[in-house]
Design a protein around this ligand. Sequence first.
Ligand SMILES: O=C[C@H](O)[C@@H](O)CC(=O)C(=O)O
Ligand SMILES: [Zn+2]
Length: 277
Amino acid sequence: MTYSIRHAIHPSDSKSYDTAKLREAYLIEDLFQKDSITNVYTLYDRLIVGGAHPVEQPLKLETFPTLRSENYLDRRELGIINVGPNSKVTVDGEEIALANKEALYVGMGTKEVIFHPAASGEALFYFNSAPAHRSNPTKKVSLNEAETVELGSLESSNHRIIRKLLVNSVVETCQLQMGLTELQKGSVWNTMPAHTHDRRMEAYFYFNLPEDQAVCHFMGEPQETRHLFVKNRQAIISPPWSIHSGAGTYNYSFIWGMAGENLNYDDMDKVQPTELK
Ligand SMILES: O=C[C@H](O)[C@@H](O)CC(=O)C(=O)O
Ligand SMILES: [Zn+2]
């Protein structure tokens, strides 16, 4: 298990960052390490961005010093999305099978979460965890239970399917919300028009991108944008004051996860392309 901390940054400080500093602050490059769980503890709503990659052995979600709690989920909730082959997770002894793109919400108070290797192929679980104030039931969400919306068009290069997996119309959470957006063939732009939501931070995890391709992720205040080139299976931390949008050299998918003030997915302040700088 590994863990690291990412501090929260003021937008007026962020403005002066060069490429290396921007990447150090916002990009997460190595989420999946063989037979290990990676935790990136952010100071944006204390959301943890994580990856579990059990190949030879099952991996238990262990607490780490930053949490100062006996168990990882003593005061936290957890959202897992399977981005690998059919795999399973055990939650307090109960075995839960997760197919590719299926999600699992795990409530506060859970003592033991174990990620298992896949029967064929290499298991890859992406997760987010946020502080919680009450215990909600653990619940698996499959694709037919998700709230699915189709947005954009091929003409504007942003035809995409948004699967709202762990949102409040589907599962009860304290503050966590997660979903999966799939760009359709020929479409490369996500989240255009861009938006900010000062009430919530967001984390993006880009995947299903060919290894020799990249996504150019746009961040920053709408009038002060910056970009970072991102490869397959890398994540970006998006502060509440920042837009989060991207254009790929190929179509791709990404998981978005949010924590903060409210559970209203539509609470966003849109910024039209012509208003961005
Ligand atoms: O606040 C919501 C998040 O930014 C994402 O859900 C946006 C997204 O998936 C998209 O437009 O493609
Ligand atoms: Zn957003």
